[in-house]
Design a protein around this ligand. Structure first.
Ligand code: AKG
Ligand code: FE2
Length: 199
């Protein structure tokens, strides 16, 4: 099977009980309705309009990475997936029909590793090569970890089509509600303290 250079896919990274605990904690927290899909930002706010990590004090601060997510952050680091402990987390919710347009995660904002943990529903994430000529669908099962590094992080774009089902080997695979936890490291010059001292 063809694979995307720089994608590490780990099925069954979280068991069903752990996934359930995480979804319960996520659903007890406040969602932001700033996009078509609901999101929660922790550690640092990512400004979708400005395409930057907010550090100018104009937007309301976001909560730190909560206690319930810290074991994930530590485990990712201990298992060697990250360059250092993640300090930025975005939770995304996708109802059937919702997606995310093709993008590369902000290069000046975030470090060399972006991870996504899938909860509740499987979905197909499409990776497109830098020329836009090759599209590789990657099926993300609930409980899986998808680590993007190297070309997958910096050169290929990733997207989730806004549709209610994905093509499968034996017909369409209907989606249900999916929640993803994405984790990143914020680069030093994007962090508020450094921005202030740099004037
Ligand atoms: O939902 C996902 O797994 C990925 C989300 C994503 O690409 C992002 O937040 O940058
Ligand atoms: Fe992304």
């Amino acid at each position: 099977m063809i694979s995307v250079p720089g994608v590490r896919y780990v099925p069954g990274w979280l068991d069903a009980a752990e996934q359930g605990r995480l979804v319960a904690r996520i659903d007890a927290a406040a969602w932001s309705g700033e996009l078509r899909r609901r999101v929660q930002h922790y550690g640092h706010r990512y400004d979708y309009g400005r395409r930057g990590v907010s550090s100018d004090g104009r937007s309301a601060p976001v909560p730190p990475i909560p206690g319930w997510a810290r074991p994930l952050v530590a485990r990712l680091d201990e298992e060697g997936h990250m360059d250092r402990r993640a300090d930025q987390m975005i939770v995304n919710e996708y109802l059937p029909g919702q997606g995310i347009s093709a993008h590369v995660d902000c290069v000046p904002c975030f470090g060399p590793v972006v991870v996504s943990v899938s909860l509740l529903s499987a979905v197909t994430m499409d990776f497109t090569d830098p020329d836009g000529t090759t599209r590789i669908p990657v099926r993300l099962e609930p409980g899986s970890l998808c680590v993007m590094t190297g070309p997958a992080r910096y050169a290929w774009r990733h997207a989730i089509a806004a549709r209610k089902s994905d093509p499968g080997p034996h017909g369409r695979l209907p989606r249900s509600r999916r929640v993803s936890i994405t984790l990143r490291t914020v680069l030093p010059h994007s962090r508020p303290a450094e921005s202030v001292t740099r004037g």
